[in-house]
Ligand binder design. Sequence first.
Ligand code: SIN
Length: 492
Amino acid sequence: MSAHAPIVIVGGGIAGLVTALAATPASVQLLCRHDDANDGASVLAQGGIAAALGPDDDPEKHARDTMIAGAQHNDAAMVRWLCAHAVNAVHWLQMQGVRFDRDTDGSLQLGREGGHGHARIVHAGGDASGAEIVRTLCAGVAQGGHVLRRSEMDTEALMLRGGAVCGVRARDARGAVHEIEASAVVLATGGTGALFARTTNPPGAQGSGLALGMAAGAQTRDMEFVQFHPTALDIPGRHCLPLITEALRGAGARFRDDNGRLLMAGMHPQEDLAPRDVVARHIWRMCQCGVRVWLDAGAVQGDWTKRFPTVLAVCLAAGIDPRRTPIPVVPAAHFHMGGLAVDHHGRTSVPGLFAVGEVACNGLHGANRLASNSLLEAVVCGNRLGTLLAVERVARLRGTTRSVERGAALPEARLGALRDLLWAAAGSVREGTSLRRALRVCAPWRGDGWQARVACRLLEGALQRAQSLGAHYRSDTIGASSAMRRRMGASA
Ligand code: SIN
């Protein structure tokens, strides 16, 4: 390895951008699949960042809500650490130039989302938080001299020497192959939502970084825990659906059926603002029974063009004025709690290989992520990892370099079949027979494309975990824990 090999970060969403900025003054190459920042899930994030900023709030309360939402499957030390650093993360973003929305008295506006006992979500541009943060961080990366951003680069392989990752091989838009030596490789490639028939994620969220890590032998963890968001805009026949932010329910929107009946009434003490897995599962069941589900946002006060410009725009584009008409919604795959197993700093089980953001699983989110903790994780964990990499040098053995390949992508028709398979077997409500059948169908596809290898790992995890926990609900399991029954309320 050259003494001056850069840190290579794969993925230009918030986790990758923060890691790159925090690694200063070390030299960084940021490899992005597209030529702008609009390809990842970060830019679509609407809610914001959770932080205990309110007068009656504190990090312990934030941590408690995170653990309850996560069904106590969380790494408690990691949760305490994250929540203790949340306020500083908001200040750090402000120092980078992010302009969070303020009340008329100048204080930060705090929104409320599902599972939170307090209003604690800071947001920017109303519901355009992700876009504002990405825009600001991209500007910081462009100004900082230590980061070279290389766009339209598809990372196809990891290079290993002496058992440690020492670089990547990437293909540019013209098909030219680039081998890049690295002092460390960070995967910040996002989630797997686009492997499901309906998702709030962008089409590229197919687990490409997970597949790369798996090819190098990195351990995975909690792969069965997939979060479904209860409110994607119901556009029949579409795979990637616009998100209808949970913050709308925080501002008074309610679920109703065709007859105007409130759907979450009596289902959970927090009703429409119950933890996301509870709400999504109930809405999923309603949809499976043929009930059309609506989000009635008639009670939402204020100027939508300032508070919810993104939701307003996507609804108007679909011919719905959400200020006057209920919004048709369906659940959709939203966030992967599982991923490449990492320690508290972001180290995978393979020396030289790191992971941060949704592709990583550090145990923070447990079995179900608390709303608006994902951008928070990206900022806090990205900062810690970048700072570490600026000083840490992974010891390397001499020897020949070999590469491990992510491999070919599934042909489009097979990818469509895989999405339908996962949706049917590994959605919000699962049971053993369908999971086994799906695994039997999917297993022979593993040689055809990396998405099938990721999907099989997820199905195996779901089969092995016979008990319901958080977002992983097994309708065929007898004796779901009493904690789970409490979380489910009357719908258990
Ligand atoms: C939302 O705005 O509803 C999503 C926020 C999140 O994923 O935490």
